[in-house]
Every structure is written in C-alpha cells, then in structure tokens.
Design a protein around this ligand. Structure first.
Ligand code: SP5
Ligand code: ZN
Length: 341
C-alpha cells in the first residue's frame, strides 16, 4: 500500500489546556514518526511526498473566512504582542452573538474554535495545509486507480467543521478527500470513522447531503469528548436524512462488541455502494490509550482491517488520533496489513 507522508508535521507541536493545566499536546510529532517507522519496518510499500493544492480546493468543505483566519492567526496573535501558543479563552455559547465575526484575534479564536485543544503556533498553518495535501494526494492516487492508499496525516482533522477547529484538528483532511472524490466525478462516497472520538466535524460538513455517507463508531458522548455530538438519533437532515449513522459505545468496549458494531456499519457501507471509502483511522480505541476508554488490543487492528476490506471498495485511510505513542505504529499499520490480507 502506498503511503503519503511529509516531515512538515514537525512544524506543529503546541500546548493544550488539560486537567486545568497547560501541557504539551498529547497530539505530538513522535506519533507520526512512530507510524512512519513501522511502515518502513514491515515494508508496507512506497512512501511518496504530497502534491501542493491551492486553498481554493478547500471549498465548500471549509468557508473562505475560516481558512483566512487559520492562515493569519499566528501573525495576528504576535501582532497583538503575544509570543506563547495562541489559544481561545471565550466562546459564543447560547444567546451570545455568533453572527458577527470579531475583529480582535482574541474574539476570532473563540469564534472559530470549539475547545482549548487547538494551539496555533508559528508553524501550525504550514503543517495543517500539508496535512490536507496528504489526504488530497491520496484521494488523487485512488481516483487514478490505486485500490488503497494511506495518508499519514498530522495534525488530524475529524473534529474540524466548515468554520471551526477543535480536538487537535484544524482542516478536515478526511472531508476534503471525500469532497475531492465527488469533484473528480464520484456519485457516492462513504466516510467511516473508527477514531475513539466522534467525528463531529465530518458529520457536520456532510449532514444534509446524500452523496457522502458518514458512519462513526465512538465513545458515547454522554461520557466522552466531544460530548455535544455523536448520539444515535443523529441521522442526517433534509436530503441527507438516512445518510448519517452513529454507533455510540460504552466505556470499556472491547473487540467482541466493537466487531459487532463494525460489521453492522460495514453492511450499511456496502449497501450504499460507494465509489470510494475514506476511513478516518484513529487508533485511540487501544486499551492503553492515555485519553480514551476502549479496550482494543494490538491484534484486533488486523481484524479491523479485514472487516473493512470485506466491503470491497477503493479505500483511502486518513490518520486521525491515537496517543499511546509506543503502540500507534503497530496498531495503525496492523489495520493496513489486515486490509491487504
Ligand atoms: C483527533 C482526536 O483524537 N482528538 C481528540 C481530542 C480529545 N481532546 C480532549 C480529551 C479529553 C479527555 N479527557 C480524558 C481524561 C481521561 N482521564
Ligand atoms: Zn480521537
């Protein structure tokens, strides 16, 4: 399987507000380094650099003003005299005005963020746009005939929506790839999200559309981040009604019950008969993940790849979360090896 990778992810390493303390993000550069090392160790296949895509290819997945915000945030932040990571400290919750974009960077950060896990640093934008390029390059390789490709994205993307960042995510790499398939002529594309956390951004971007099916298996939002989306009754709206499926699962979920949910999800995937599948591949479902609560083991990821391969469609894997750095390489690559059979 071809991997798309760039060293530019090293440009992004910030701090998050966690347990009331400002700490280095658990979403750190060693994550992608570990996955790359494992790809080389098992000889998964060629490793290619991404092509460059103009930010005009982000439309309509992200709004123009949100992209401009991301591009200019660090300059605006340092222009206001700050030197540490840019982080939001105020949010437009119920009954506060969110119809007027603030001019000051402090207001903009809250306007365009869902949490305080999205630091913007000097190198963040270059890393973020490169991560999107990885997914788009993988999409193009599949459009040209590859059966499967792995986009080793970092930072991840599935919490980012049309106009907000959150959960270590800035641009939604998987959604950009799904839209890219549509732009290249695909009639139907499916995104299956196996990250521990609900893919709120991807769901939101495609919620009213029938041409992109979204399915997510995740920790029940009653007890897991992102808390405010990912319930079972979210089935899509308007033309998209029936094209969104959530599988919220309890803390402690291990492979047996995970496999049942995944098999059900994959039967929905197959019934949709997509031209291509995008897998939002988070491996924070691992038993030793420091921020998550499922109990999958190393070899379970081989089975996960086998089940997804059973759908029998061209498949783009896009890296999302997974924070047990010692195992992230084995677990992510096991999915790819299991898929290849
Ligand atoms: C892409 C991705 O996986 N983003 C995850 C973002 C999660 N951010 C906040 C997690 C807070 C979890 N707190 C759990 C405490 C466990 N003791
Ligand atoms: Zn996650």
């Amino acid at each position: 399987m071809l991997t798309i990778y760039s060293n530019n992810h090293h440009l992004h390493h910030g701090t998050e507000l966690k347990d009331g303390v400002l700490k280095p993000c658990v979403e750190m550069p060693s994550r992608a380094d570990t996955v790359l090392a494992r790809i080389k160790a098992v000889g998964l296949g060629d490793i290619s650099a991404p092509h460059d895509y103009a930010s005009s290819s982000y439309s309509p997945v992200h709004s123009e003003r949100y992209v401009r915000f991301l591009e200019n945030a660090w300059a605006n932040w340092t222009g206001a005299g700050r030197s540490h990571d840019a982080l939001p400290l105020i949010w437009p919750v119920r009954n506060l005005r969110s119809d007027i974009e603030p001019e000051h960077i402090d207001g903009k950060l809250g306007f365009y963020a869902m949490d305080a896990g999205v630091p913007i640093t000097a190198g963040t934008w270059e890393a973020v746009r490169t991560s999107a390029n990885l997914a788009l390059t993988g999409m193009d390789a599949i459009s040209k005939g590859a059966a499967s490709v792995f986009a080793l994205c970092r930072p991840p993307g599935h919490h980012a929506a049309a106009e907000y960042m959150g959960g270590y995510c800035y641009l939604n790499n998987a959604a950009l790839a799904a839209q890219g398939f549509i732009n290249q002529g695909a009639k139907r594309v499916a995104v299956i999200d196996v990250d521990y956390h609900h893919g709120n951004g991807t769901q939101s971007i495609f919620y009213d559309r029938a041409d992109v099916l979204f399915i997510s298996l995740h920790g029940d939002p009653k007890n897991s981040y992102p808390y405010f989306l990912g319930h079972r009754d979210e089935c899509g709206s308007g033309a998209g009604t029936g094209f969104n499926h959530n599988y919220p699962l309890p803390h402690g979920t291990a492979w047996d019950s995970y496999r049942s949910a995944l098999a059900d999800a994959c039967s929905k995937l197959a019934a949709y008969a997509p031209d291509a599948i995008v897998v939002s591949l988070g491996v924070d479902t691992f038993k030793d993940d420091p921020i998550s609560q499922f109990k999958l083991e190393n070899d379970d990821y081989l089975r996960m790849g086998e089940v997804i391969a059973g759908v029998g469609k061209p498949t783009l894997f896009v890296m999302e979360g997974g924070y047990m750095v010692d195992d992230i390489g084995v677990n992510a690559v096991n999915v790819l090896l299991g898929f290849e059979g």
